[in-house]
Write a protein that binds this ligand. Sequence first.
Ligand SMILES: *Cc1c(COP(=O)(O)O)cnc(C)c1O
Length: 234
Amino acid sequence: MTDPALVERVRAAADTVRGRIAAAGGDPEVVRLLAVTKGQPLEAVHAAVACGLVDVGESYVQELVAKATDDGPGQRAASPASPAPRWHLIGRLQRNKVRQAAPFVHLWQSVDRLSLAAEIALRAPGARVLVQVNVSGQEQQGGCPPERVAAVVEGCTDLGLEVCGLMAIGAQGPPDVVRASFRRVRALADSLSLPERSMGMSGDLEAAVAEGTTMVRVGTDLFGPRRVEPVVGK
Ligand SMILES: *Cc1c(COP(=O)(O)O)cnc(C)c1O
């Protein structure tokens, strides 16, 4: 059984997040809420799905696969009627991990180079992807440089992938800097006629809403602090 108290906590937290989205001028019909469960136990996934948050994000392939394949008693008892989560891969991705993740991933959000796109096209033909763009200048966060986005998008399309939009991690800094980074994503997506803009996290979702995000990725403000070590399985 998913702990009912946990489900209620997540539900209340999700309501609060939706309230913030609305207060920032976001249309709840447009801005979707991705529940980021990295560093959280499997129960967090169950609780999210029980609250109707079926889009779930993970950063590490190993953790995603472990959670997606857990068919232990906890999983089965969670709620036979609840839908399966739709897994989004949002972390930096190595090519050699693609095959393992391919059976489970609904949307690949961190595609930032064509060698990676080619592997995804091989292991999951026609998959839905977002091209991650680096607007923060922080290299370790991944993402292709803004000036490469058009080429990567075109290359993905040529590989038969369905490019739904762009994903970005906001810049850190004062509010105007954060917003400017999201504005850049929006301008790029507009110029390429890409509808989806996955941007905004717990700490900066208002700025992302103000710049037209279509999907905020929220972990901490739904589930509390993460465990330091990635949680694999339960
Ligand atoms: C961890 C992570 C998030 C969620 O971050 P929070 O600050 O916990 O909301 C969103 N996007 C990406 C790419 C992440 O790695």
